[in-house]
Design a protein around this ligand. Sequence first.
Ligand code: ARG
Length: 405
Amino acid sequence: MSDKVVLAYSGGLDTSVAIKWLKEKYNLDVIAVSIDVGNERDFSTIQQKALDVGAVKSLVKDAKELFVNHFVFPALRANAIYEGQYPLATALGRPLMAKLLVDVAREEEAKVVAHGCTGKGNDQVRFEVAFNALAPDLKIIAPAREWGMTREQTIEYAQRYSIPVPITVSSPYSIDECLWGRAIECGVLEDPWVEPPADAFAWTKSPINAPGEPAYVEIGFNKGIPVSIDGKKMGGISLIQQLNELAGEHGVGRIDHIEDRVVGIKSREIYEAPAALVLLQAHLALEALTLSRDQLRFKQRIAQEYADLVYNGLWFTGLRQDLNAYVSSSQRFVTGTVRLKLFKGSSMVVGRKAPASLYSYGLATYDKDDKFDASYAEGFMRLWGLSAKTQFQIQLAGEDKREEA
Ligand code: ARG
């Protein structure tokens, strides 16, 4: 009897060819596992395809709920955005997939896991760091990294074994989707000077074709987690789906990023992430109302650490857990509602309110309700500026003259 390998199966060309290749090269029986993180596709067709190509078993795991609650929303609460641009869709999905693949390997008593990533990308890092952390005894095979076939050779290989070549192979782009966003790479996009053509986008309308009237949307948060749209309570999955539709319709969510990959390559990435951008913007607006200045400053640093470690494949680490604990604590009062205006590619926060808002009308107003005692101000400035005054008088005031001398 052959040993078994658990393969992360997308239904695409590479992972389909991998089913045959793993049998041929390593004499392994393939258990294909397809994981649904909201990349709305026909999973029963994919499941059948794996069997047709030669997998001994084919499983589909609906991981949308886990993805949203344990990966997406924690990243949203942290305001995790890689290099100030990328809301981390793909990067958040990989550790979850790795965990589910390891679970299947245990159930099936497989000794090997496999994924379809190439040797240039980040996804191999995320899969393999996670596999090694969770199950160091499992052997890892990365067929597409190992076989050294070009795209054409892979297609020939597929044809030789009557593996159906999906029509999407004719698409000039490489696409990866989940609820939190859509990544588009390759083709003309590899020239950073070339504007992404219209056909690169699928979730967002071009702002030119977006409706001529703005849309207003109110997002309700409970402790940093979005829970309602326009006052209507909603589960995380449908909330994200609905915002992807609405913001995408108004041309909101396009990102053009020169990105620094873990392996040291700069790459040009196009993203569509309507819900992610709108939710991150709304969440930041609510934090601006409910966190102190010092909390906000400190949390920016946490956000960057958090984004970097998710991007870099370090999800299953103590540091990620520790940062998460800080972030959770910081969200105790981040409850309230944010109102946004979506119009022809722009998304603007136009209102925010919170039961524990730190905004005090009595302190801020210049009207008759002013509660601020301005007599405190003079003494404050004397102390606040004491160091500046001392230094300027002793060192800086005479500096030009001294340099000339
Ligand atoms: N550059 C993004 C990331 O590293 C997206 C990668 C998309 N993955 C893919 N296999 N096409 O997270």
